[in-house]
Design a protein around this ligand. Structure first.
Ligand SMILES: O=C([O-])CC(=O)C(=O)O
Ligand SMILES: [Mg+2]
Length: 658
């Protein structure tokens, strides 16, 4: 196998895209338009492609059988309704970059270097005449792209442009994203990605993920093997049932795995050819989608929890068999399923849940810094959580662990938390059937009294911190925020309230940054899930003061957790690997950030933070005995310390060169 062009990639067998043949063109169409596919097909028949197996790969008998069974209605996507297994010829050989020529190189986004090809490369790869005269480095090409992006009027248009760059020239896309993180991340991730998911049926131009429907459950292995890049190392999978705070979007939720994986590459340097986005299509409860003639998923109600569970078991088993080295990140499953799957698979497979564990870790990471700034000693902290779903409970549990590690009993730690949901304070005697995951935090000290509103809870608890994970815009009203401030003020002079409206995207945030600053007279310690802009206010004496918000988003931890798990060759993702990621993040602030009163590193430094997180996650994997790296390797790092381990990480990450 030819070596891959990126000198800093993690392994010698890294992504050499599958041979460009009629069959694999169909699989690879994620990277190309229909006309490109046609070009590839004609190229593949005329060019010498020694490694290719040009056979059409779907088993003909199976197709005929499927077509016989299909009525006109189900003709559309017949394989989706084929109950039997769709068998294919195994195509395990991949065209190497050295074998590819001319348009094949330009049409492969992982190989295309745009205008950076040198004159020698242009000759060697049969590119002469296929590119304009100039030769440009990264600077010029990113300058051109930025110019276009900045003239596009809407975030969606900017997203579409960027997505187009990604499908042509992966290195250029990641250069843009890495070097302009503050401007680009909100475009490829929250908040824009929320709008993209809402409109995905109409925005769709090309596949960018694996779409696996429950009707194809017998063919999961085949579909996984159809993925054009070998040996993925990280997969983000969703069933679309709770996309950000936007609810059930069905297959349109696929934007989330795509976006999160772009961040795996941008923030942690996992090679783009080693990432695998998957959406599991189990139907949807979203009536708008079901009625939309352009909806792209299965047009049926969501299957039962039990049915999906069996499908999920099959998926996890198949994924571990086909890609044994791959870490699986569960993303945006509705709460009950999220907890069930994590419980069910965490001791069997390499997996973690970003909404429960990633959000938990990132909030803990920020909370540690926030407590230091608040002037309220950790023992006196009292936390109200608005929202008791996967994220709310996940965060609260991570914080309980923090308190117990600091010497509190579990009971005493748990007593610091008051969780509120749509029915009010979560108590044991509330009279409704509590979801399993809420029971741990159900209060018993309410003397039979039920507190139905957030205002009542604040009045009763007198919290020092208020965390929002409700997916409801504006639930932190002026009276709520002022009551929080009053309860903190009552504790003594100079104390500051901690306020984290964490729901995504911005349209679901519990309050805005401006509101938080205004209603607390500028004393707030603030973090939101999606990024708010700085806010400038006039003080009483007429001076302008600019306040800087924090973005408490899991992007600060999940890329590092995944990278750490991969590089440590961890057999499992343990609790202490997750916990460690939070502590590592808290320790990743530099002097300037601490001086500015920030509780998260600036987003421009997310790669630095991920490196620290990955390093500590690797060490935790080693401590927990789940790292499968050779003993001698660990001994060496233990002898030489963190710099040696960091050097190893840096040598194994992707940094696009144009
Ligand atoms: O995607 C994000 O920005 C954070 C997250 O996991 C969610 O809101 O579900
Ligand atoms: Mg999520």
């Amino acid at each position: 196998m030819a070596s891959y062009p990126y000198s800093s990639t993690s392994s010698s067998d890294i992504s050499t895209p599958r041979s460009i043949s009629p069959s694999s063109s169909a699989g690879r169409s994620s990277q190309s338009s229909v006309s490109n596919i046609n070009k590839r097909m004609s190229i593949s028949s005329s060019r010498r492609i020694s490694a290719a197996n040009p056979m059409s790969s779907v088993d003909i008998a199976t197709i005929e059988e499927a077509m016989r069974m299909a009525n006109l209605d189900t003709m559309r996507g017949y394989t989706q309704n084929t109950p039997g297994e769709v068998r294919q010829h195994a195509t395990t050989e991949y065209l190497t970059q050295n074998q590819a020529l001319g348009y094949q190189v330009l049409n492969e986004p992982l190989w295309n270097k745009g205008l950076s090809f040198t004159p020698e490369q242009r000759v060697h790869k049969n590119l002469t005449g296929l590119l304009p005269h100039v030769m440009e480095g990264a600077d010029k090409q990113t300058e051109r792209a930025l110019k276009v992006i900045r003239t596009r009027q809407t975030s969606i248009d900017k997203y579409l442009y960027l997505s187009n760059v990604k499908s042509n020239n992966v290195d250029l896309f990641y250069r843009l994203l890495i070097d302009n993180a503050r401007e680009m991340m909100p475009l490829v991730y929250t908040p824009t990605i929320g709008d993209v998911c809402l409109q995905y049926s109409t925005l769709y131009t090309r596949p960018e993920a694996l779409y696996i429907s429950i009707k194809q459950r017998r063919s999961i292995r085949t579909m996984l093997r159809n993925w054009p890049y070998p040996n993925p190392e990280i997969c983000v999978v969703t069933d679309g049932s709770r996309i950000l705070g936007l609810g059930d979007l069905g297959v349109n939720g696929v934007g989330i795995p795509i976006g999160k994986l772009a961040l795996y590459t941008a923030a942690a340097g996992i090679h783009p050819g080693k990432t695998l986005p998957i959406v599991l299509d189990c139907g949807t409860a979203n009536e708008t989608n079901l009625k939309d003639p352009l909806y792209l998923g299965m047009r049926s109600k969501r299957v039962s929890v039990a049915e999906q569970q069996t499908f999920m078991d099959e998926f996890m088993e198949a994924a571990a068999e086909v890609f044994p080295n791959m870490v699986v990140q569960f993303e945006d499953f509705e709460s009950e399923k999220a907890f069930n799957y994590l419980d069910r698979y965490r001791n069997k497979y390499k997996c973690f849940n970003d909404d429960i564990q990633g959000t938990g870790a990132v909030v803990l990471g920020g909370y540690i810094g926030a407590v230091n700034l608040s002037g309220v000693p950790i023992e006196e902290q009292r936390l109200v959580f608005m929202g008791a779903g996967s994220a709310g409970v996940g965060v609260a549990k991570q914080l309980v662990e923090y308190y117990t590690k600091r010497g509190l009993s579990e009971q005493a730690a748990r007593d610091k938390f008051w969780l509120v949901d749509t029915k009010g304070l979560v108590t044991k005697d509330r009279g409704d059937k509590l979801a399993e995951h809420k029971k741990y935090f159900a209060r018993t000290d309410n003397n039979g009294h039920q507190f139905r509103t957030l205002e009542e809870v604040i009045e009763y608890v007198k919290p020092t911190a208020l965390v929002g994970l409700t997916a409801t815009f504006g639930v932190f009203t002026e009276s709520v925020v002022r009551a929080l401030k009053a309860s903190v003020d009552a504790g003594g002079l100079g104390r500051r309230p901690i306020l984290f409206p964490l729901s995504n995207p911005l349209t679901k945030a519990e309050c805005t940054f401006e509101q938080a600053v205004t209603w607390t007279d500028g004393t707030v310690i603030f973090a939101s899930g999606s990024p708010f802009s700085p806010f400038t206010a006039k003080t009483g004496d007429g001076h302008a003061v600019t306040y800087h918000p924090n973005q408490g988003n899991n992007v600060y931890v999940f890329p590092g957790i995944g990278l750490g798990a991969i590089l440590a060759k961890a057999g499992r993702v343990t609790d202490s690997m997750i916990y460690t990621s939070a502590a590592a993040l808290a320790g990743a602030l530099n002097a300037d950030e601490i001086h500015k009163g920030l509780i998260y590193p600036r987003i421009e430094r997310v790669r630095d933070a991920s490196l620290v997180v990955a390093r500590e996650v690797m060490k935790a994997a080693r401590r927990d005995g789940v790292s499968m790296l050779p003993e001698a390797q660990w001994n060496e790092w233990e002898e030489w310390g963190d710099p040696a381990l960091e050097k190893y990480i840096k040598e194994h990450i992707y940094d696009p060169v144009l």
